[in-house]
Design a protein around this ligand. Structure first.
Ligand SMILES: Cc1cc2nc3c(=O)[nH]c(=O)nc-3n(C[C@H](O)[C@H](O)[C@H](O)COP(=O)(O)OP(=O)(O)OC[C@H]3O[C@@H](n4cnc5c(N)ncnc54)[C@H](O)[C@@H]3O)c2cc1C
Length: 434
């Protein structure tokens, strides 16, 4: 029986960040990860020297995840996600993607009236535009020419992975677009290098990290909370942080009504991907392509980060799935995007990874319902963290922000026993500059 120990269920980014925050404050922490390794969706698989993240992963330079990595002094490197040749797909044809004043003026995607409308709406977004309802409503209010509206929607999908303008909050998405224009970076060695940095930092701070430790239930009694482990062990604890998906949280604690309700109300953001390892990048190919009248994305992540052997290329192609749609097989569709952007790629393929309907985020920020907070009101001692929790950010930034918030709420909850402070050793932050 363990007392005054915080147990964290889930060893993804959220669970590990919460563990570091608590362990460095002197709290005893145990992390339970069901899989054989930490990282969850932030894991990376190596095949013949190519490093496959679980689909395209970019670190937002001004987001909460990078902020917390840097605050904890976790070392990593990578390159700003810059492309040599950015294209838009419209009506099956490639056009210059309007990303700067020069490319707006040059692109064959717009006529003059559309170019002016695009400059106007982008100025409004960058100037801090916000909205009280859905992104679709906000777009209606702008009265944009249809093609301009389609490009702004595509930029929204690129920034958030979310293909659901009617459901997503305009405020959250407009903020996310501004965050994205602040730059993103691809990480050398894949996101698993971030996971290893987090796990090392958690251990160094004194946290106990367990793999193959599946929690099968969290039960409440007058004594506190009881964690039932898959092997049959039962541990009585004061505090549990559930850093798992909403349906998993609800299944772990079935008698907690608010968790069942949250699992029912959240909407997952999903993508299907075709991740390609190529012997070399085909000549005359484009290294960044964004669908305008289709929800497609292609980017060569090895152009900015060490993700492939010398001379090789690691390319991510994705489809942003409409929110709520059942994932179907889209591999042929994604191959067709590759044909358009990178003719000749088929002869150069070394390996591939296909992912169908992966949850990029477990919680789209809806305009009509806030995401659940970190404290579970109807289950004292139970806290939540993950990319479906809290108000701040999206995807891994939401996971990071909610993890730190949950850890701080836990410290407050335990505050009759004031925690000791341990200080982080400062490390220089990885630059996001090109
Ligand atoms: C295709 C794709 C592209 C993405 N691109 C980006 C991007 O560009 N930028 C970005 O910021 N984010 C991106 N993300 C999102 C990012 O990967 C996630 O937001 C983040 O990894 C979520 O971390 P988490 O810890 O909240 O959840 P998870 O990674 O899902 O971790 C939960 C962990 O809990 C464990 N677990 C579950 N049940 C139990 C149990 N009963 N007992 C013990 N352990 C349990 C699981 O095994 C898992 O390891 C992308 C995701 C995908 C899928």
């Amino acid at each position: 029986m363990t007392k005054r120990t915080v147990h964290i269920v889930g060893g993804g980014i959220a669970g590990l960040l919460a563990a570091i925050e608590l362990a460095r404050a002197g709290v005893t922490v145990v992390v339970h990860e069901a899989a054989g390794e930490f990282g969850g969706r932030a894991r990376t698989r190596e095949v013949e020297g190519f490093l496959f993240n679980r689909g395209p992963h970019a670190l937002y330079c001004q987001g909460a995840f990078k902020r917390e990595l840097d605050r904890f002094g976790i070392a990593y490197s990578g390159g700003r996600s810059l492309s040599g040749s950015s294209k838009a797909i419209f009506d099956g044809q490639l056009h210059e993607l309007p990303t700067s004043l020069g490319s707006i003026l040059r692109t064959s995607l717009f006529g003059l009236r559309e170019k002016l409308a695009y400059i106007r709406v982008f100025r409004a977004i960058m100037g801090g535009a916000t909205g009280a309802s859905s992104f679709a409503d906000w777009l209606d209010e702008q009265r944009l020419p249809p093609r301009v509206r389609a490009v702004v929607e595509a930029v929204g999908r690129l920034s958030s992975y979310a293909n659901g303008a009617e459901e997503i909050s305009a405020r959250a998405l407009l903020e996310q677009i501004r965050l994205t224009t602040g730059g993103t970076m691809y990480v050398d060695g894949g996101w698993i290098s971030l996971v290893h940095g987090l796990a090392d930092a958690a251990r160094a701070a004194g946290a106990e990290l367990r793999v193959k430790s599946r929690v099968s239930q969290v039960v409440r009694s007058d004594e506190g909370l009881h964690l039932l482990l898959h092997g049959g062990e039962s541990i009585t604890v004061d505090v549990v942080i559930l850093a798992v998906a909403p349906h998993e949280a609800a299944a772990l604690a079935p008698e907690v009504d608010s968790l069942a309700k949250a699992a029912e109300q959240v909407r997952a953001v999903r993508a299907s991907t075709l991740d390609l390892a190529l012997r070399r990048f085909p000549s005359q190919a484009h290294d960044f392509v964004l669908g305008i009248d289709t929800a497609h994305y292609l980017s060569v992540h090895s152009g900015s980060a060490r993700l492939a052997p010398v001379g090789g290329a690691l390319v991510h192609i994705a489809k942003y799935l409409p929110v709520g749609e059942t994932p179907s097989d889209v591999v042929a569709e994604l191959e067709a995007v590759a044909d358009l952007a990178m003719p000749g790629w088929r002869e150069l393929e070394v390996s591939r990874q296909t992912l169908r309907g992966m949850p990029v985020s477990n919680g789209l920020p809806r305009w009509d319902r806030p995401r659940p907070g970190v404290s579970v009101a109807d289950a004292p001692g139970l806290f939540l963290a993950g990319d479906w929790v809290g108000e701040e950010g999206m995807i891994a930034d939401a996971a990071a922000a909610s993890a730190i918030k949950a850890a701080r709420a836990v410290r407050l909850w335990l505050s009759p026993f004031p925690p000791k402070h341990r200080h982080a050793r400062a490390q220089p932050a990885a630059a996001c500059e090109p």
